[in-house]
Every structure is written in structure tokens, then in C-alpha cells.
Write a protein that binds this ligand. Structure first.
Ligand code: C5P
Length: 224
């Protein structure tokens, strides 16, 4: 049984395009991430199709609300064939504990987003009045105390995470070389894995490439 470390984000609102991307991927090499772009337009369709093809599924809805709302939302999602689900750690301790209660009795792991990988240090100063490392550090402490399974952070914060052994890591913000988009705190797949990432999330570098299957294979080989 393989345990893919690569999670490919299927960020499309178009059913044919999303299913076509899923068809070109290999469940032995990657998991599938369904986020709000796909879920809000196509509902559970891609989750079921990906599950039929043997993929493990990460549902990245980044729930961020009061504890009761988060728990009830999760009760409405827990029947889906998913193995990971996201909330925001900044929802606080009670909210994280409510999320954990929501998945009790299932195998679904809860991951908490810390600081989005699209934020730079100066964004962090403006939003939180402190640098990213300090912000992420305090959210990691909260995540540990809240009893969730892992966090979503940039590979740049993996070193901070290594001090908190109970938390698994998912790192988006993965880029191969030249890029010009909304991601700010980025690293290559290999660098992230070498720093200890349990999972790396990759969207556009794979899904926008001319040969999706080849890109996935190359990235897979680069992290072996
Ligand atoms: O296309 P790209 O590789 O930037 O896709 C990254 C994916 O990871 C997107 O679906 C995005 O919503 C998600 N994500 C992120 N940063 C986070 C959490 C999730 O980029 N902190």
C-alpha cells in the first residue's frame, strides 16, 4: 500500500475539466484535494468520482465559524469518502475541539490552516501586527492544545512545526521554478519534503501543465 505525499488540488468549476484532470492522475502517486472552488460549484460529484478511481481525498473547505456551526457543518460532511478536512486554527480552541468532536468515530483527520501561503511578512504585519513566524508559532501552540491532527502551513514554517511532534503537516505554496501568481511563501517539492513535510499540496504547476501525468510523475520522482 503506497502512501502518497503529493496532494493535487482540483481547482476547477468546470465538471468536464475537473474530471479530465482527475483521469490523468494516478492514485498510487497522489491524493486529490477538493476545495471551495470545486465543491461550491459541483458539490460532491468529484469527491465520489475520485473515490471510485481509488484516490484518497482531502476536503479543503477551510471552515471558519463559531464552534457549533463548525461542528454541525462537519456532521453534514462526515458521511463523504474523505480522509482529511480543513478548518482555520484562528477559529480558536473551542472551535478546534468542536471540529474534533464532529469527526469522532470516523477516520477523518482534521487539519488547521495557520497563515495562508499567499500572505507575505508585510501582509502579516498589516493584518496581525506581527510577523508570520510569530503568528504561525502561536497558532501551532493552539492547534496542539485543540487536539487536531495536523496543520496547513508554508514549508518555511516546517522548522517551527518540528518542535510540535504531535502535529502532521500539509504544505501548499509549492512551486517548481519561475512563477508569477498569488503564492508568496513558496518552496520546491523536494525542499519541502526534505524539511519534513508529511504532504505537499500542488495545484496549478500540475493541473495547468501541458502533460499533467508527466508533471505528476516528474514531481513524484523528484521527492523519492
Ligand atoms: O495552484 P496552487 O498550487 O497555488 O494551489 C494551492 C492550493 O492549496 C489551492 O487550492 C489553495 O486554496 C490551497 N491552499 C493554499 N494555502 C493555504 C491553504 C490552502 O494555497 N494556506
Amino acid at each position: 500500500m503506497t502512501d502518497p505525499k503529493i496532494i493535487v488540488a482540483i481547482d476547477s468549476i468546470n465538471q468536464d475539466q475537473a474530471l479530465n484532470i482527475i483521469d490523468q492522475l494516478d492514485p498510487k502517486l497522489c491524493m486529490i484535494k477538493i476545495g471551495s472552488i470545486n465543491f461550491n460549484s459541483l458539490g460532491t460529484l468529484c469527491i465520489h468520482k475520485a473515490c471510485e478511481k481509488g484516490f484518497d481525498i482531502f476536503l479543503d473547505l477551510k471552515l471558519h465559524d463559531i464552534p457549533n456551526t463548525v461542528k454541525e457543518s462537519i456532521l453534514g460532511l462526515r458521511h463523504l469518502p474523505i480522509s482529511m478536512l480543513t478548518i482555520h486554527t484562528s477559529g480558536g480552541l473551542d472551535m478546534m475541539r468542536a471540529a474534533v468532536e464532529g469527526v469522532e468515530g470516523t477516520n477523518i483527520k482534521i487539519f488547521g490552516v495557520t497563515a495562508l501561503t499567499s500572505l507575505s511578512d508585510s501582509d502579516s504585519e498589516r493584518i496581525f501586527r506581527r510577523d508570520i513566524r510569530t503568528q504561525v508559532g502561536s497558532l501551532l501552540d493552539l492547534a496542539e492544545e485543540g487536539g487536531i491532527d495536523g496543520v496547513v502551513c508554508s514549508p518555511h514554517e516546517l522548522e517551527l512545526l518540528s518542535l510540535r511532534k504531535s502535529l502532521l503537516s500539509v504544505t501548499p505554496g509549492i512551486r517548481l521554478k519561475n512563477f508569477n501568481d498569488d503564492q508568496k511563501r513558496v518552496m520546491t517539492p523536494r525542499e519541502a519534503i526534505e524539511l519534513g513535510a508529511d504532504y505537499i499540496v500542488i495545484g496549478r504547476p500540475i493541473t495547468s501543465s501541458e502533460n499533467i501525468n508527466k508533471s505528476l510523475n516528474e514531481i513524484y520522482l523528484s521527492i523519492q
